[in-house]
Design a protein. Sequence first.
Length: 284
Amino acid sequence: MSTIKSYITQLSNKLCEIYPPEEALSVVNYYVCEVLKISNTELICCKDRNLNEEQFQKLKKDESRLVKGEPVQYVTGKAYFYGLEFFVDKNVLIPRQETEILVDSIIKRFGIAQNLHILDIGTGSGCIAISLKKFLPQAQIWALDISEKSLSVCNDNAKKNEVEISTVIYDILGNAKFPIDAKFEIIVSNPPYVLESEKQLMHKNVTEFEPNIALYVSDVAPLIYYKAISTFAKRHIDINVELIVEINENFSTQVIELHKNVGFFKNEIIFDLNNKPRFICSKK
Ligand code: GLN
């Protein structure tokens, strides 16, 4: 018979081979809470309780996936973003905490605006589009992605969070005619921005498990998505509106330069929790 606490210790020890100790512990805590369907507070309070056989077997079931480095959110099928729950699988990037800053900045600034039309380019799990719709219910929201599989996850997430958004399959780098007949007040995107050469600096739980298509750009064309998105935005955005993109912290100057060349002359940088330039808000 094992207590919750002793289970956590033994699994954390195994995960210490692939994660720093603090991260190993937080992965295990997340896993245990999800599998036992308890909150973090309950976990703290009942650590000395014994696991019954059913609970123990449930926890054992996916342990090997964690030990191989698969992100805990894929193992449990669930991630949290902006206080909401999202399904995630290997077809979509796991929502990152820093992206909440982007969502928050839009909600705070456009909370009272009526009749908003918002486009999210490269929506993945839909975390940006769905959180925006949840907190800006007056907005009409379109979520684009090149991947049919990720749009299916996005649609499941819209249902799970009881919001209605329109999902559209579209390749922003392609030449196909844009299928939506609307002008947008806000265009938002968290496109791939990690350089191929930066891949070697990343943990294997990202490089071996998360979708390459959502993360990487070649070193020779690091701004390819920003060029396509800003050019597209220039054509489809209303007057006095905003383009908001998440960026690689090393490219803020280049993205602003590019946006100016395309015709977005007012640019503001928003910093992330580590004080790195992480978002650019641009207006004409
Ligand atoms: N911030 C993500 C990471 O570091 C990258 C997201 C992206 O490429 N859009 O893994």
